[in-house]
Design a protein around this ligand. Structure first.
Ligand code: PEP
Ligand code: MN
Length: 336
């Protein structure tokens, strides 16, 4: 139960209850009865979560009312790990690396070799690409899926790849160890239902402008439809300042990891859109508790057919690999 309202006894000292609530990390607003008296304190949603039984002990509180989350299946994933090949999300941080788009067998093999050398356990790569313009290259399709699987097998890696259409769920499920639902499709409910039916673990990217609640409800839909588990991926949301490609919401990462106990990775490549700053966001993401990073790479970024400007080369990927190996999550967090 999420506490939402502290009902007050008739003789309650409102100031004292407010002050006790503040001490618990709660933001509250007074609710007045028709007689003008403060009858209750409403708890704002950005407050810290506190066990309702503790709140009930505050002198002057007569009852604690709450809401249920609406995503019980997601809640039940709390503290669980997700194993995909050699990657265990929820244990040591995982490196997922690979090209934005699977361009050719040579390119994806070279990426798999780079990924493996940097310590990655999962190879990413889109055979079906969501492109804003209908004139942009949109992937090598079924052929690309085969190249991706071959390259991963040759280097002992698991595969994550995006499924964009209900019609391609079976084909993608055949090669993917982890089915990726992209940002633009986070609320494509027909697709989510169909992907869930494939009964494979899903990597659910956050929608371009989605709230955390909407994201978790989409994860719930996948679980209801049959997905055994969902790993979340924060990739930045749309801000009102286009200077960086997107706005990386690390507050959501800390919340979903530390409070909800979910498996969550961060994609700094799409968040920032430029390779010189990916390392900084990667470090920050790990410090916030991320279970892993998803990084776009290319053996020759100049020739990439998609997202070349944000693709890391060998040396830069090695540095991210070293960061993952150092596991900055283990450093202490002062406020907890
Ligand atoms: C991707 O990871 O290939 C991709 C297209 O990312 P997003 O859905 O986050 O834009
Ligand atoms: Mn990309």
């Amino acid at each position: 139960m999420n506490p939402r309202e502290l009902q007050l006894a008739p003789d309650a000292n409102v100031h004292a209850v407010e002050s006790a609530a503040r001490a618990f990390g709660l933001w509250t607003t007074r609710l007045q009865g028709s007689d003008g008296h403060t009858a209750a304190l409403e708890i704002q949603s950005h407050s810290q979560w506190v066990d309702p039984s503790e709140l009930a002990t505050i002198p002057g509180v007569s009852r604690v009312l709450g809401t249920t989350s609406g995503h019980p299946r997601v809640d039940s994933l709390k503290g669980q790990q997700t194993t995909i090949g050699d990657a265990v999300f929820g244990a040591a941080p995982v490196l997922i690396a690979g090209p934005c788009s699977v361009d050719s067998p040579e390119q994806v093999h070279a990426c798999a070799a780079m990924a493996r050398a940097a310590g990655a356990t999962v190879l990413r790569g889109g055979a079906y690409k969501p492109r804003t313009s209908p004139y942009s290259f949109d992937g090598t399709g079924l052929e690309g899926l085969g190249w991706l699987r071959d390259a991963a097998d040759a280097h002992g890696l698991a595969v994550v790849t995006e499924v964009m259409s209900e019609r391609r769920v079976d084909a993608v499920a055949e090669v993917a160890d982890l089915m990726q639902v992209g940002s633009r499709n986070m609320q494509n409910f027909a697709l989510l239902d169909e992907v869930g039916r494939a009964a494979k673990p899903v990597l659910l990217k956050r929608g371009v402008a989605s709230s955390v609640k909407e994201w978790l409800l989409s994860a719930e839909r996948l679980l209801v439809a049959g997905a055994p588990t969902v790993v979340l991926c924060e990739r930045g949301i749309r801000g009102d300042d286009g200077t960086t490609r997107n706005l990386l919401d690390l507050g959501a990462v800390a919340l979903l990891k530390r409070v909800h106990g979910l498996n969550i990775v961060v994609d700094p490549s799409h968040a920032i859109g430029r390779r010189d700053l990916i390392g900084d966001l990667a470090a920050a993401a790990l410090a916030c508790g991320a279970d892993g990073l998803m990084i776009e790479i290319h053996p020759d970024p100049a020739s990439a057919r998609c997202d070349g400007p944000q693709a890391l080369g060998d040396a830069e990927l090695e540095r991210v690999g070293a960061l993952i190996a150092a596991d900055p999550r283990s450093t202490s967090v002062p406020s907890r």
